[in-house]
Design a protein around this ligand. Structure first.
Ligand code: C2E
Ligand code: SIN
Ligand code: SIN
Ligand code: FE
Ligand code: FE
Length: 583
């Protein structure tokens, strides 16, 4: 396929290291910054400032907070309206909201509690009280999450309810478009196609595959040679995905060439920026002949970078049902049925594109949200295990990527397809122990040696973790996650777990019965467990760890991977030192 994911969104993939994630909405910048400082100095608390109250829900979906603070202390902020908007948003409705107020705004107290606000903090307030309240509510929320961590419930909630509900909503919206139908029989056919695509998009679980599919469908719909999707992150538009047939023809592999990440400010200096700013669609016959009085400009830096000539462009905002703009999709250089270049997109096509963009936005938000939930669960799993640091996960993911790169290099594998595999592995490595959520703290935090029964209990984390990724429509990422969660404790010599049933007996998988990703993560996991302190053991010094790793070649570990590990030791050390635990 002539497509290629540009660098994954770091905010989606990096695992937060704070237990409490605060979103502070509204208010004066200096005062908010002061609160942020106070909270952050308390430790274990991360704070995101959301200055514009209209962005509150967007920011909440993005940051997945455990507490939301709405600051009412400035005039002009209609806090109740913000609270209403947060309340209406299904993804974040359950996150506790605390109002920051002064005696004067005390009058809205009743109304606020009636809307489900969890608490009030009346300024001036002592630092101790502020921090205590934030912690209490955040903990309450985390406990609810833990209690509800029943994996089955989570999955069905995610995929069944939302998909069917929203697909239905979308059905109605498109159904009401009947004006065109009478005039143009072809229109009905295309709309039906659109419906079908809408349903399919809802089945795609991971963001990169989703963007790929959205762009392919949009280009197909409008017969566009190239296309780009930008996703909004605060005040910038991140260049998230692009496809370009013309450039793909120029490369040997037929893949769109790699493009460095870049972003545009949300402003009128680029077409995408202006569309995001105003929410209006534009249809431009020639980007290099935009009339001087047009409210936007074309930013040609991307063209120069690629040696490409953008001519006609349709740029459509990715707008959700509440009118929030999440990004922009641009379609570039249309061709005729015969494949000849043509100038300009027909108006009717742009209307179709608007509806398509609505459907795509729902799917993108859902994928985003799913990734956020995943991060939240990961974080919980980890806090219970590793003394509340993000280190273990990031190190295991990093070691795994280093080993896989060398493994692939030795086989002459490189390019975008390989990079996608490496990213899948990295992602899967991050969730290898997510099943520990289901294991009792009494066992995980035991300072001494586990007894046999306790160890049997711990072993279940592999099965429990993998269940999390066994939805009926698994994504590409889910497959890797499931495999790694289930099999990272198998051993090359067949003495690991959970093993397989064979002739009525249970035996460990051995050798290449264990998939590569699981072998790599298994080795990385043990290396990290030995190198760092655990509640049940001290860190070993490096020499001792390395001796152990060598000794386990052909026993616990795949000998080729051990060899690669030692060949890449410098890179491994770099990863280790970049993600040290600060305890
Ligand atoms: P973990 O702490 O992340 O350890 C992962 C793996 O690293 C272990 O898998 C084991 O293969 C290796 N490993 C860790 N520490 C040592 C060690 O001191 N010596 C040796 N030779 N290997 C070590 P394993 O054994 O299947 O354990 C899985 C998980 O069970 C561990 O994850 C940990 O959460 C828990 N666990 C294992 N043993 C104990 C224990 O004695 N006390 C407690 N509280 N938890 C334990
Ligand atoms: C692009 O060429 O895709 C970005 C340029 C713009 O939106 O102005
Ligand atoms: C990364 O390479 O850090 C992000 C890719 C991923 O985790 O999927
Ligand atoms: Fe494990
Ligand atoms: Fe682990």
């Amino acid at each position: 396929m002539s497509s290629q994911p540009v660098n994954s969104n770091p905010s989606l993939h990096s695992v937060p290291t704070h237990r409490h994630e605060v979103l502070l909405v509204g208010g004066d910048f200096a005062a908010s910054r002061e609160i942020r400082l106070l909270l952050e100095s308390a430790g274990g608390v991360g704070v995101t400032l959301c200055v514009r109250t209209t962005d509150a829900t967007d920011e909440a979906i993005r940051t997945c907070p455990t507490v939301i603070l709405v600051d009412l202390r400035l005039p002009g902020v209609d806090g109740l309206q913000v609270v209403d908007a947060l309340e209406r948003c299904a993804e974040i409705g359950a996150v506790p909201t605390i109002i920051l107020a002064t005696q004067e705004t005390d009058s809205i107290r009743e109304a606020a509690f009636a809307r489900g606000v969890s608490d009030f903090i009346i300024f001036p307030v002592s630092t101790t009280e502020l921090i205590a309240k934030v912690r209490t509510h955040s903990n309450g929320y985390l406990n609810v999450l833990k209690r509800n961590r029943s994996i089955a419930a989570y999955e069905s909630l995610q995929s069944e309810l939302r998909t069917s509900h929203r697909a239905l909503e979308e059905h109605r919206r498109i159904g009401s478009l009947s004006a065109h139908e009478a005039v143009d029989p072809d229109w009905q056919i295309r709309l039906n196609g659109l419906m079908q695509i809408g349903v399919e998009l809802h089945l795609i679980q991971d963001l990169q595959s989703l963007l790929d599919r959205i762009l392919s469908e949009a280009r197909h719909l409008l017969r566009a040679t190239a296309g780009t999707i930008f996703l909004r992150e605060g005040d910038t538009l991140r260049f998230a995905f692009f496809q370009n047939d013309e450039l793909a023809h120029r490369t040997a592999s037929g893949e769109t060439p790699h493009v460095p990440t870049f972003s545009l400010p949300v402003c009128d200096r680029s077409i995408a920026g202006w569309v995001c700013l105003t929410g209006q669609l534009v249809n431009i016959p020639d980007c290099y002949r935009i009339p001087a009085d047009a409210p936007y400009r074309f930013d040609s830096s991307f063209d120069s970078l690629l040696g490409f000539r953008t001519r006609s462009m349709v740029a459509v905002p990715l707008t959700d049902h509440a009118g929030r703009i999440h990004g922009v999709i641009e379609l570039i250089n249309p061709v005729s049925d015969q494949g000849n270049p043509r100038v300009g997109f027909p108006v009717q096509d742009t209307q179709l594109m608007e509806h398509f963009a609505n459907i795509a936005t729902l799917a993108i938000n859902r994928a985003h949200h799913r990734e956020n939930e995943m991060r939240r669960m990961l974080k919980m799993a980890e806090f219970r295990d590793a003394d509340e640091t993000g280190g273990h996960i990031e190190r295991v993911a990093g070691y795994s990527a280093v080993i896989f790169e060398e493994w692939s290099r030795r086989r002459g594998l490189e390019g975008p397809a390989f990079e996608r595999q490496r990213d899948r592995l990295r992602d899967a490595a991050r969730v290898h122990d997510v099943g520990k959520m289901a294991i009792s703290d009494v066992i995980l935090r035991k300072t001494g040696q586990l007894d046999a029964a306790e160890y049997e209990e711990v072993k279940k984390h592999t099965q429990r973790g993998s269940e999390l990724f066994s939805s009926h429509n698994p994504s590409d990422l889910d497959d890797a996650r499931r495999e790694v969660a289930l099999l990272h404790h198998e051993r090359w010599d067949g003495k690991g777990y959970p093993g397989i049933e064979e002739a009525g007996r249970r035996r460990g998988r051995r050798g290449e019965e264990i998939p590569l990703f699981a072998r790599i993560v298994g080795l990385s996991d043990v290396f990290d467990a030995l190198s760092t302190r655990r509640c049940y053991k001290e860190a070993w010094d490096e020499a001792r760890v390395l001796e152990f790793m060598q000794g386990e070649s052909n026993r616990h570990f795949d000998p080729e991977l051990v060899e690669i590990f030692f060949a890449q030791l410098d890179a491994i050390r770099t990863v280790r030192d970049a993600h040290r635990d600060h305890l």
